[in-house]
Design a protein around this ligand. Sequence first.
Ligand code: UDP
Ligand code: MG
Length: 321
Amino acid sequence: MSGPAPLLSVVIPIYNEQDALPLTAARLRPILDGIGGSYEVVGVDDGSGDDTAQVLDRLQLEWPELRVVRLRRNSGHQAALTAGLHRALGQYVVSIDADLQDPPEKIVDMLALARDEGFDIVQGVRDDRSSDTFFKRSTAAGYYSVMRRLVGREIPKHAGDYRLLSRAAVDALKSLPETQPVYRLLVPWLGFRSTSVTFQREERVAGTTKYPLSKMVRLAVDSITNFSAAPLRLATWLGLGSFLLAAVLGVYTAVEQIRGATVPGWASLFIAVVFFGGVQLVCVGLLGEYVGRIYSAVQGRPGYFVGSDSADVRPSAVDEA
Ligand code: UDP
Ligand code: MG
């Protein structure tokens, strides 16, 4: 895209959303056409395996503001968001899901708060989770309460990735060397002037969730290791605790030995072996999590590769980020 920067960029991470996309486009377009300024929609196709690519091509034919960035493989929601944020040109950037769970009408309110009152961040916050499953609700509640403690800053409760960022906030995010960013934590951490708009999270218009349990666990582990060495400290405390326990058991065993009652000791031995085996495995696992992060940071591998961007002159450019 040449010429002056658009007023607004709307970044949409998209993974296997062939059925949702036409509905999303139909609802989004009139809203964006009415914001009273130029805009672009950056649809990031996160390596979809269904007909998402063709659907995007078709939509693009009649919607010139739609820009399509294709990632070479499925890189995950946060990586797709990163690709979109790094390539968005707007003075304001809104990120929104492709499945219409975040009502796009709120973009107007977000933009007004940013332009009229000078907020750099306008976070979308759902006022209840009645449209989510019980499982999603309870895991989310646990996630946000742990994160608030770890990040040490107020994380807006029930804040997903529906938000507006000013150009300054986007540039700040872009300057971070993170390869596995978790935006719902990084954004409040930035410390920009922020506010929120509440919305009712709707049912997914079509398709099924692209966040299976494995991806939810990944997000939770990334979130924790992204922000805190607390689990490492926990490992230390666990180690100290088991050392103390071992000392007590040692005294107990010695006393039993002196009393000549050695045979019953098999039970405590058995318990000790299992217990310490477990503690060690937990600690090694925690260490591994951090070592893994150090490893990938040292490798400096990007979190995604852009296959093509319909706004590029040269296709198949590789992002430097
Ligand atoms: N998504 C993505 N890559 C993935 C998984 C999801 O780009 O690997 C997109 C998906 O298309 C949607 C958004 O991320 O636009 C949120 O995913 P979803 O709606 O499935 O999550 P949920 O709302 O169930 O938490
Ligand atoms: Mg969704």
